[in-house]
Design a protein around this ligand. Structure first.
Ligand SMILES: [Cu+2]
Length: 69
């Protein structure tokens, strides 16, 4: 298992958190997503390392910006 923390910009409420969680959880191999609304940190647990562009696309799909990992 690999755990990576990403920095996401633009989340303001619980709805934002669930949108990001849903999109990132849908990435193949992801088993857990924890979002900290206060800091914008999204911690993702996956079977193997994820391509950051895949994670970026999922965050973008939810309507937010991935600004770092
Ligand atoms: Cu929101």
């Amino acid at each position: 298992m690999v755990t990576t923390t990403y920095q996401v910009q633009g989340m303001t409420c619980g709805h934002c958190v669930s949108s990001v969680s849903a999109e990132v959880s849908a990435i193949k191999g992801v088993s857990d997503v924890q979002v900290d609304l206060a800091t914008g940190q999204v911690t993702v647990t996956s079977e193997s390392p994820l391509d950051i562009e895949t994670v970026r696309a999922a965050v973008d799909e939810a309507g937010y910006d991935l600004v770092g990992a």
